[in-house]
Design a protein around this ligand. Sequence first.
Ligand code: KG4
Ligand code: ZN
Length: 339
Amino acid sequence: MSDPVRILALETSCDETAVAICEAPGRIVASRISSQVLIHRAYGGVVPEVASRNHILAVRPLIGEALAEAELTLAQIDAFAATAGPGLASSLLVGNTVAKALALAQGRPFLAINHLEGHLLSPFIGTGAGVRPCVALIVSGGHTSLLQVRGFGDYTLLGKTRDDAAGEAFDKVAKMLGLPYPGGPEIDRYARNGDPERYRFPRSMLDSGDFAFSFSGLKTAVLYQLDKLEAPRESCLDDLCASFQEAVVEILVAKTLRAARKCGDSLVTVSGGVSCNSRLRALFAERCAAEGLELLIAPPDLSTDNAAMIAYVASLRHAAGQADPLELDVDPNLSIVST
Ligand code: KG4
Ligand code: ZN
């Protein structure tokens, strides 16, 4: 029996250095992540210059770890891939330069992968069924978008945020509350003991009739509420987190299910870092069950930034006979749909 096709992919679009190996068809045999969260926490957010320097330090040992995990050598890799955008230019360049150098040295093809397509298709990893038609919500630190997926490579944008991404709103509100970066997991943790109805924050654009989102007004509403607090902030933290989180999650769930109804899709997928949120998972599960919709959300390690999702997309593109020229530049603003 011949060896399966193997792709090694690098993800360096923001502050996680990640390497993964995917064996066709869609089987992840290694996935390693070196997180810079503790480095950037000191600055309250990601510092691009610091991120790219740390990618350079982390990437080579991580490739060695991934190969060791898969019990493979570089010579057994059939193609090399890297996230080409969207993301921080100086961070993207590290993964792209390394993947291109490996492709050149090994005489193998190179594939430039869209980070958002990685998130979009991550719920299908390990399902064994490939990409299925669905309505897909991507909710991350940089993006909040609703798409209709008709199949691999066939995506229509239904709507996106007009201002902050949902994850960005979590991170900014957490900062206002004095919680460390990244704020999403912190708010999730405090909210577990809080009353989501104590403060009634606005559900912006819930009834706008389209699939656009807006979270900046909600963020401002939390700021005004902080000014009005009668008790010390610490004593209201759980309720503030729960009330803010409930507003975000309600908007995301309501609009996604409305899109599924409009598009006639029976499968809903949710991806990106914010899909780790425990309340988001619970409310999506409850409402999808009530409407007879199937729900797919990747496990948390495939929801936040990782290279397995990049390797997965690369393996699908490689199987479709696609490759990219080594001259292709990174694109910090790369879009998931052609406009
Ligand atoms: O997908 P991701 O790792 O990176 C981007 O591509 O942006 O998403 C990171 C975002 C951050 O804003 C982080 O606060 C948020 O995901 N996040 C969460 C949770 N875990 C991560 N937001 C809410 N609840 C969580 N449990
Ligand atoms: Zn991401």
